[in-house]
Design a protein around this ligand. Structure first.
Ligand code: NDP
Ligand code: BG6
Length: 528
């Protein structure tokens, strides 16, 4: 494979030198190309996302010299900070995220600024624009701007209009890109309304709709695994695959996000975005060239081929659950309706299992079982490709035990790995079988730097690569496909659907086991 290195970068803290390259080079550590000089403007800079994800990610990129010299951050929110107070607050969050280095922080924090701004105040936004223009000159940010919306989604439309009115969206001396966090609307109608506002004020090439699952290395690796190897693609279809499972299991509860979660529930929080985006990687066709728009088109085609959910027979393709008190990681935890700011009679689902079909030549008749929940036994995101059983078992008179099918397990997180499960003879004179695992650990043998999802998507936004961002048509299709499930889930009163309770710390409601067992199959859980 050809090598095309753009620049060499010294690693911090005695780690080896890494190379920044355009393409992954077999056997070599390889990271992304250096992004453009730019200002990063965070709307919602005092909020949880900024503290937990954005600031640690920007600091990590800076510390590892992955950001250009011409770079600075402006945080905007209503909280009464000055630059010093903002920097002190961000320092706490970055320390919490780990790997703090005082010297690197000193260099980074000089580039951190804050302005107290209410988004309804157009004059304040115009002042922010002047400030950005001035600092861009000082830091050499070349007029490029990333505008990152990390505010409550209900504020997006107002902010976008006011950004445009204040001139912040203009591209006079450089590019302006807007990053929009999920949730992107709460149904098809509201997503379209938001789109309308976005497209009135920004060109599509300026819009980056984030789904941070797409920034996870192991999600992108699904493409490399499938299309850079010749051995998997020939069996990646209905002739060899019995079914596919995709599980996004979380052990955390709703933390302090009751306001958001009471509105969203698990279908809007995980299924509409992360789940369907990962599904599109598993099921997509190979594009002719590894190019952003072509990859996005193939992912879009998967969503386009999802069989519409049957409104009249939804219980076959959907079941919902909610956690009650239990024990997670040895600690007693509250049930959902006991969580702070959750209505005592809330019926919002914190768990769902779904069955989906993709109506195309490759996947016709192969069920995709999707499952996600909060406060489950452990945190894992995993894809299981369950192959068909052997067509004829010549050992039927030799072994008493049932011989299960082969499975390929792609663990997205944690402990990222790919495992192929198959059967082999037990050593010894007796003829008997054992289940064995061929195991590839994603990070083993790799010494370079790895980027987490937010680091990756921030880099891509600054380089202008949209491969890992959601396209408008794909986003609308996912809302459209999910609509019958959302309508059912949102129903109140006597017609509301069953919500099966499960103990926190379990694998979910017992009905979820039945849901898949009715088809003669079983969920595959996390195994070390
Ligand atoms: P928070 O409620 O913690 O933060 C909201 C931010 O918006 C605060 O900084 C707040 O400023 C600011 N804000 C709200 N209204 C105004 C206003 N009128 N004028 C100026 N600033 C305002 O939310 P999160 O950080 O949790 O979430 C932000 C977005 O990111 C949401 O869309 C969420 O869905 C998404 N997201 C969050 C994740 C997370 O882990 N938190 C994960 C994935 C996505 P102030 O308090 O100073 O008024
Ligand atoms: C967010 C959801 O998008 O993803 C959260 O809003 C969820 O509810 C989180 O906890 C999971 O992300 P990760 O990267 O921890 O799997």
């Amino acid at each position: 494979m050809g090598e095309e290195y753009v620049t060499n970068v010294e690693r911090t803290e005695g780690r080896p030198t890494i190379r920044i390259g355009k393409v992954a080079v077999t056997g070599q550590p390889c990271e992304e190309i250096s992004p453009d000089e730019s200002a990063v403007v965070i709307f919602g800079a005092s909020g949880d996302l900024t503290k937990k994800k954005l600031m640690p990610a920007l600091y990590f990129l800076f510390r590892n010299k992955l950001l250009p010299k011409g770079f600075f951050v402006l945080g905007l929110a209503r909280t009464d900070f000055d630059d010093a107070a903002f920097r002190a607050d961000m320092e706490k969050s970055v320390k919490k995220a780990g790997n703090f280095d005082a010297i690197a922080w000193a260099g980074f924090s000089e580039r951190l600024f804050y302005m107290k701004v209410d988004y309804n105040d157009k004059a304040a936004l115009a002042a922010a624009k002047e400030f950005i223009d001035r600092k861009a000159g000082e830091f050499g940010a070349k007029g490029n701007k990333v505008l990152y919306l990390a505010t409550p989604p209900s504020a997006y439309r107002t902010i976008i209009r006011n950004i445009a009115a204040s001139g912040l969206s203009a591209e006079n001396d450089g590019w302006t890109r807007i990053v929009i966090e999920k949730p992107y609307g709460r149904d098809l109608e509201s997503a379209r309304a938001l789109e309308e506002t976005v497209s009135r004020n920004f060109k599509e090439e300026q819009v980056f709709r984030i789904d941070h699952y797409l920034g996870k290395d192991t999600v992108q690796n699904i493409m490399m695994f499938r299309f850079a190897n010749s051995i998997f693609e020939p069996i990646w279809n209905r002739h060899f695959i019995d079914h596919v499972q995709l599980t996004v299991s979380e052990s955390i509860g709703i933390e302090k996000r009751a306001g958001f979660y009471e509105e969203a529930g698990v279908l809007r929080d995980i299924f509409q975005n992360h789940m369907l985006q990962v599904l599109s990687f598993i099921a997509m066709e190979p594009p002719s060239v590894y190019e952003s728009e072509l990859v996005r088109t193939e992912r879009f085609k998967v969503l386009r081929a999802l069989r519409p959910l049957d409104r009249g027979d939804l219980e076959k393709s959907l079941m919902l659950g909610q956690y009650v008190e239990g024990e997670v990681d040895g600690k007693n935890v509250r049930g959902y309706t006991e969580e702070e700011d959750v209505a005592k009679d809330s019926v919002v689902p914190t768990f769902a299992a779904m069955k989906a079909y993709i109506d195309n030549w490759r996947w016709q008749g192969v069920p995709f079982y999707l499952r996600s929940g909060k406060r489950l036994k452990s945190r894992f995101t995993q894809i299981t490709i369950q192959f068909r059983k052997v067509p004829h078992l010549m050992f039927q008179d030799v072994f008493e035990e049932e011989i299960g099918p082969n499975a390929l397990i792609i663990r997205i997180q944690p402990d990222e790995r790919i495992q192929l499960k198959f059967h082999a003879k037990n050593p010894g004179s007796r003829v008997c079988l054992r289940d064995v695992v061929m195991d590839f650990s994603y990070l083993s043998g790799y010494e370079g730097l790895s980027l987490d999802a937010y680091e990756r998507v921030l880099m891509d936004c600054m380089t202008g690569d949209k491969m890992l961002f959601v396209r408008r048509d794909g986003m609308e299709l996912s809302w459209e496909w999910l609509a019958p499930a959302l309508e059912l889930s949102d129903r109140k009163g006597p017609h509301r659907p069953d919500r099966f309770l499960y103990r926190a710390g379990s694998y979910g409601p017992i009905e979820a086991e039945r849901f898949i067992a009715n088809d003669g199959r079983a969920w595959v859980n996390y195994e070390k």
